[in-house]
Design a protein around this ligand. Structure first.
Ligand SMILES: Cc1ncc(COP(=O)(O)O)c(C=O)c1O
Length: 473
């Protein structure tokens, strides 16, 4: 497994993760394999089952992308977008409008990260109501156990243990940001309840929150279509997203879907772009949607905000302007590369491939893990985005104590088995267990699916045995 030894690791000059150590570093990648340098040794041929953080859609070192990048570099000239825009940004926006269900979106804004996209979505929603002469519609509804990003705006609408320390700098999380329950069937759907009844219970809770907080002061409802790191890919129960859509219509609220992690081809059933197409008709599309990650497939730093006709029309009949912007929004080079990548994905039908191969991977993991005694409590996901939730007791769903670091340890065991996954800790209040996330690139074959499943199952068995030996399971 170790192919070479490098010089001893130097102290880190980068201010992230472990401050005084560089930690594992990627030193190469081809297709679904990456090479990682760790503690002075290079580990080759690691199977990348998470593609960074659900980012890589095309796999690494793609020769066509190098060509796309070369052409984009030659044809792109920087301009400050509020003053002078560029053709690549326009073309990428048109691509998303044309490849979304008819009438769903009318325009797009391109940013550099998912967090920035969510911050911009909040700004766009604010101006939408100002354009309509409704300045009091300011409150933002979002869900417990959610993640919308790392900036203070995106953190303000996120609810997870990682956010708590920053509360003093966030928007008022009682008067402005209103929390609702997550849609998390594995833990919170009652046994006697149908999926539809569970959805109705959540929708009733949302309606009560809206009424209790004065609908005339509420601006939007934000949810991740398929939650990622915060909850581990739990699909929304039947009728849930439609129920939110209907309440947004009823009380004049903006319906915002965050598809930064689950969208742009990762979990679409039609060989197209959006995860919500699993659950909603085109006429029930979100009013605004944030995207990122697979958009640039890790080759460029790009994310975006897709704007529906309802919002765009209000701007058109109002000021018809957006004042200011980021230095690097609508960045010509990033947009040209992302467009080339999306066109390649479309041409090679890779969204359909990952939907089929990802679902096969999920089914094989379910069959292999849940038929045996081990720490896997639930295996869930859609298309190319899956999670395993670990529990101490499958019958009661009791999560492991956070101090055991089961998510982190699982990631380490997988690493030893030459597999990269994301391991996430459980919530300290027990509302969600430790999880492992899988999001391979769109190019996987059945052979790669089998290899991922084999390595995951082996890693689950090893960790189960370790925890058993420690008396923790
Ligand atoms: C659902 C969701 N929204 C927003 C973000 C933030 O994106 P970024 O890390 O690109 O800022 C993430 C990142 O994982 C995410 O999963």
């Amino acid at each position: 497994m170790t192919v070479s030894t490098t010089s001893l690791p130097e102290p880190s000059y980068t201010f992230q993760a472990t401050v005084d150590a560089a930690g594992p570093q990627v030193v190469g990648g081809k297709g679904v394999r990456i090479s990682i340098e760790k503690e002075g040794q290079v580990y080759d041929d690691m199977l990348d089952a998470i593609s960074g953080a659900a980012v890589g859609s095309l796999g690494w070192g793609d020769e066509d992308v190098f060509e796309i990048i070369n052409n984009a570099a030659r044809s792109s000239t920087y301009s400050y977008p509020p003053l002078i825009t560029n053709k690549a940004a326009e073309a990428l926006s048109k691509f998303f409008v044309d490849n979304s269900p008819k009438g769903a979106f009318a325009a797009a804004l391109w940013c550099c990260s998912g967090s920035e996209s969510n911050d911009n979505a909040i700004r766009i929603i604010r101006q939408y109501y100002l354009e309509r002469g409704l300045p009091n519609k300011v409150k933002l509804i979002s869900r417990a156990s959610s993640y919308h990003g790392f900036t203070l705006g995106a953190q303000s609408i996120s609810w997870n243990p990682r956010v708590d320390a920053y509360e003093p700098y966030l928007m008022d999380r009682e008067k402005i940001v209103i929390q609702i329950s997550p849609a998390y069937s594995y833990r919170f759907k009652k046994d006697a309840e149908t999926e539809e009844a569970y959805s109705q219970r959540l929708i009733d809770e949302l309606e009560k929150k809206i009424l209790d907080n004065d609908p005339d002061t509420i601006a939007s409802v934000t949810v991740e279509t398929l939650p990622g790191s915060s909850l581990g890919t739990c699909p929304p129960p039947k009728g849930y997203l439609k129920g939110i859509r209907d309440l947004c219509n009823k009380y004049d609220l903006i319906f915002h879907l965050d598809e930064v992690m689950c969208g742009t081809g990762r979990s679409n059933p039609n060989g197209k772009l959006h995860c919500w197409e699993n659950f909603l008709e085109p006429c029930d599309a979100p009013d605004i949607q944030t995207v990122g990650k697979t958009l640039g497939s890790g080759y460029v730093t790009i994310a975006g905000v897709l704007v529906g006709p309802k919002i765009r029309d209000v701007y058109l009949s109002g000021s018809n302007s957006v004042a200011g912007g980021h230095t690097y929004s609508s960045h010509a080079f990033n947009c040209a590369v992302a467009l080339g990548i999306q066109e390649k994905i479309k041409k090679e039908n890779l969204t359909a491939n990952i939907f089929e191969m990802g679902n096969l991977m999920g089914q094989k993991l379910k069959d292999a893990l849940l038929s045996k005694s081990n720490i896997a409590g639930d295996v869930r996901g859609i298309g190319g985005f899956w999670s395993i939730e670990f529990v101490k007791d499958r019958a009661t769903k009791e999560p492991f104590d956070c101090s055991l670091n089961v998510g982190g340890r699982f990631k380490a065991v997988c690493f030893d088995n030459k597999l990269c996954v994301m391991g996430m800790p459980g919530n300290p209040d027990g509302s969600c267990g430790d999880r492992a996330l899988l999001a391979p690139s769109f190019i996987i074959t059945e052979e790669i699916v089998d290899e991922i499943v084999e390595k995951v199952v082996k890693s689950v068995d090893i960790l189960s045995k370790q925890l058993h030996a420690e008396g923790a399971w």
